[in-house]
Design a protein around this ligand. Structure first.
Ligand code: C2E
Ligand code: MG
Ligand code: MG
Ligand code: MG
Length: 277
């Protein structure tokens, strides 16, 4: 067994990996420093009611501008943060920042809107997650009803563990959305066991929805199932009016994407809110 492992490791470590792992080690160290010195900000991307065109919420997306390396995308550093466990600290920091900002907007008289925060798989299975969430809500003064957690579908591989945790989160009054829905799991059956509120259809089905009848059929099917299960459903990655038209045709109630708005800095999001209200 040990031998087999050794051999796999060897095969795994090709030239590409060598470069990659140097970058990883660098980024891991920089991530630690960045957490300590708080180099992270949040962008906010509106979520839209497709019928009315009105904003119904916002998704917080973490941004990292390193003092020397510049902007580093979450697609690059989130996986490293997950593998190293740094995501627990980073995730808490993100949740706190988002809740604090949302509460501040409420206090400033902006219309109240739900805040969605992405939660990684490691975070979901950490000890005392619900206590941590509860403490952050308490600390920031944000009522639970304004918070939603986006969790990728692949995090639910172990249903009974996930169920216990999600029930605790639900008990707090926090909503749960399944992110990247349609890509992580082969069966809808697990939805029966999990207290989720929203299915967020992965952008991969939206990208070619106006060209590919299969994508359209899949999205149509997800919208139907969501309706029958009394779940909310939102399409992510809408970039064009053509895509939006098809989503209207299949009665998808909510959407998000560059067509409506890119993720916006705090300042730009405030300007956006002022323009539309
Ligand atoms: P996600 O949660 O599925 O977020 C959607 C991603 O698609 C975001 O990329 C967003 O900027 C981008 N996007 C939104 N609309 C469009 C569109 O119309 N077209 C295209 N091409 N892209 C669009 P981003 O911000 O780079 O984040 C990538 C992923 O990194 C996220 O996927 C999420 O899994 C993770 N992530 C981002 N922020 C956080 C965070 O605060 N915590 C955790 N745990 N993960 C995060
Ligand atoms: Mg998300
Ligand atoms: Mg997504
Ligand atoms: Mg995604």
């Amino acid at each position: 067994e040990v031998k087999a492992k050794g051999r796999n490791n060897y095969l795994f470590f090709n030239k590409n990996m060598e470069e990659n792992s140097l970058e990883r080690i660098l980024l891991e160290n920089e991530l630690k420093k960045a957490i300590e010195s708080d180099q992270f900000t949040l962008d906010y991307q509106p979520k839209i009611d497709i019928k009315s065109g009105k904003i119904i919420g916002m998704e917080a997306l973490v941004r990292w501008v390193h003092p020397e390396l510049g902007r580093i995308s979450p697609g690059k550093f989130i996986p490293i943060a997950e593998e190293t466990g740094l995501i627990l600290e980073l995730g808490e920091l993100i949740l706190r920042k988002g809740c604090k900002q949302n509460k501040q907007w409420q206090n400033q008289g902006y219309p109240k809107q739900q805040l969605s925060v992405n939660l990684s798989t490691k975070q979901l299975y950490q000890k005392n997650l619900s206590d941590k969430i509860e403490a952050i809500l308490e600390e920031t003064g944000l009522e639970a009803q304004w918070l939603e957690l986006e969790i990728t579908e692949s995090a639910f591989a172990n249903i009974s563990n996930a169920q216990t945790i999600l029930l605790k989160i639900k008990d707090l009054g926090v909503a749960i959305s399944i992110d990247d829905f349609g890509t992580g799991y082969s069966s809808f059956g697990y939805l029966k066991h999990l207290p989720v509120n929203t299915l967020k259809i992965d952008a991969i089905f939206i990208r070619d929805i106006n060209l590919n009848p299969e994508s359209q059929a899949i999205v149509n099917g997800i919208v139907d199932i969501a309706g029958k299960l009394k779940l909310n459903v939102i399409a992510e990655g809408i970039e064009t009016n053509e895509q939006l038209c098809i989503l209207r045709e299949v009665s998808c109630p909510q959407g998000q994407g560059f067509y409506f708005s890119k993720p916006l800095s705090k300042e730009k999001f405030e300007r956006y809110l002022k323009e539309i209200i």
